[in-house]
Design a protein around this ligand. Structure first.
Ligand SMILES: [Zn+2]
Length: 349
């Protein structure tokens, strides 16, 4: 993998990743950054931090393709976050960050507050505005896996960072504000309760270890030599899909070349199956579940797709019970979801 860095000052490096060294024509088109007022407030009953970042109110909202900040520049026409003539994968710091490595002292209040220290990156998957995870080549998804692994390794060198979450919000139903295919990485200085619970479960019970050998075939979507795509028995979302290497590890930076390729095949297959359910782009959130600091060697890196459609014209909403109690109510059994994803049964209207 080749990495080309454009220094934009103020923690705003732009990294361009490619399989082979590539030359770029650079333009001077960087849009201004909004100031960060990021801080966190303590919720005394939930015993967790709430992030505040009012600068995000002004973020780019569903621009036309001609004004897309993730598309390439061909001349000095419009500002772009990626001011080059072509690229494969780009990662850069979000202009509208909810967190900042240089976050200022938090406001004093009658409740506990802390600085919003962290980092928010944008990952553009492709220069093609109309691409998607399902349409990318295996080689490009492999490059994406490597680029995310490299970025995480760099971010984890910062002592303030305790955990990173690479993710994708896909589809306007989820609330995306840019249609260009992209993901993000949030790197935090605090560990959310739900993340700690999952990491503790991995460390104590290792529920994913050996799963590739013991899993019931009715849940399996696709297999490769070293990786698996499946619907977990404990799925909370309709068509929830997990993809993982068979071998336990902390994150994508520990994958071998063969494992990267196998995982890329599983990711492409999973995204394609989701889009195939209703022959339409499936709205989803996608999480790359990576070991928080302190859990090295006791974690099983995996990806989880959380789709939000239960029927062709029916959206899954998180309503009262889910929002208030965290108890999920599932109306599409995971076993049936697996059959639909494999194309053995039709999805509901
Ligand atoms: Zn675009």
């Amino acid at each position: 993998m080749d990495k080309y860095v454009i220094d934009r000052g103020g923690n705003r490096d732009l990294a361009l990743y490619s399989h082979a060294p590539k030359s770029y024509k650079e333009f001077d088109g960087l849009p201004p950054v909004s100031s960060s007022d990021a801080h966190m407030r303590w919720h005394p009953l939930r015993r967790e931090w709430i992030g505040h970042a009012s600068a995000r109110q002004g973020r780019t909202f569903l621009p036309n393709q001609a004004d897309c900040p993730l598309c390439v520049m061909t001349h000095n026409d419009k500002p772009s976050d990626i001011p080059v003539d072509d690229y494969e994968i780009a990662i850069f710091t979000n202009r509208f960050s909810a967190l900042s490595l240089g976050a200022e002292t938090p406001p004093e209040m009658e409740i506990d507050t802390t600085s919003g220290i962290g980092c928010c990156d944008v990952i553009s998957y492709s220069a093609d505005h109309n691409a998607s995870l399902a349409s990318l080549s295996i080689e490009r998804i492999a490059l994406l896996i490597e680029a995310i692994g490299e970025r995480i390794t760099t971010i984890y060198q910062n002592d303030d960072i305790i955990w990173s979450l690479p993710f994708e919000n896909r589809g306007r139903e989820i609330g995306v504000t840019l249609d260009h295919p992209h993901g993000q990485i949030y790197s935090l200085s605090v560990l959310p309760n739900a993340v700690k619970t999952q990491a503790d479960a991995m460390a104590e019970d290792a529920p994913l270890t050996g799963l590739s050998e013991t899993i019931d075939d009715e849940l399996v979507l696709d297999r490769a030599d070293s990786a698996l795509a499946y619907v977990p028995r404990w799925a909370r979302y309709p068509f929830e899909t997990w993809v993982m290497p068979n071998r336990a590890m902390d994150g994508p930076h520990q994958l071998t070349a063969k494992e990267i390729k196998d995982l890329a095949h599983m990711i492409k297959a999973a995204a394609s199956r989701l889009d195939g359910v209703f022959d339409a782009p499936m709205p989803y959130t996608l999480a790359w579940q990576i070991a928080p600091k302190g859990y090295e060697g006791k974690f099983h890196f995996h990806l989880t797709f959380q789709p939000l459609k239960r029927g062709r014209n029916k959206q899954k909403y998180l309503a009262s019970v889910e929002q208030i109690s965290g108890l999920f109510l599932v109306d599409l059994p995971p076993e049936r979801a697996a059959r639909i994803l494999r194309g053995e049964e039709a999805g509901d209207e």
